[in-house]
Write a protein that binds this ligand. Sequence first.
Ligand SMILES: [Fe+2]
Ligand SMILES: [Fe+2]
Length: 254
Amino acid sequence: MANELQTIVGSDSIRQDLFQLLKDYDSNFDINNPYSKKMSSLINNFLSYETDVFKNLVHFLMKEIPNWKYHMLHQNTTDEASGSLRVDLMGERSGDPRIQQLMHRHALDEERHSRLFGGLLQDLGGELEIAESEEMLKKWDDIKDYHEDLIVFTARVHTIEMRSWRCLKLYIDYLSKTDFVKEGWPEKTLDVLKVILNDEIRHVGYTGMLLHEWAANGKQEEVEAALEEAFRQTNRETWTDMSRMMDYLAKYYC
Ligand SMILES: [Fe+2]
Ligand SMILES: [Fe+2]
């Protein structure tokens, strides 16, 4: 039964891909590090976005629902922008210049991703709303009030970046096998998504290697607990996202 479940969720493949990604990112990656062992067992349980039901729903929306592309690009434009301020702030608060630099670069990447997704949306004839300055200040105040432990924060970002990496691969796989321009996607879509994918791979790499480093330097228990909670939250969030996709179908396609 366990083996059968693993095949359904493709956990072996994501574990191998993740460890290869980390090895490519940093040759110090060690499969016997407590971080790697914890990741192995968490991936083994299951990942919402690696299930067939998730992948099939995304493919169904991409293939059958022409307007869904607006919804997806809009969602990515706003999500990418809101994540970046928090990453930058946590980097500054870490007091470690190396982490500060990594997180600052990460924040700039996410800002760029937001503009890239927004650019695709504009190519489709969509308009971008400019947020009111009051609204922006309120957002920034909320973010400044955000206090989180660096390990807990990094573990959560790590699981979110893993999901971005896998979802982008899913979109790219679909578009690569399709005459996507005929389906109404801007011509540059595939190239843009590939550029973003490369950044997301780096985000998975550096967050994973920070956790790897902390786990080997006296913080094993904190890293393990943080990863467990982060996987739980990201899985829950993905199911909620899926229910929003279903709501979208119920609202517009009956
Ligand atoms: Fe991103
Ligand atoms: Fe990212």
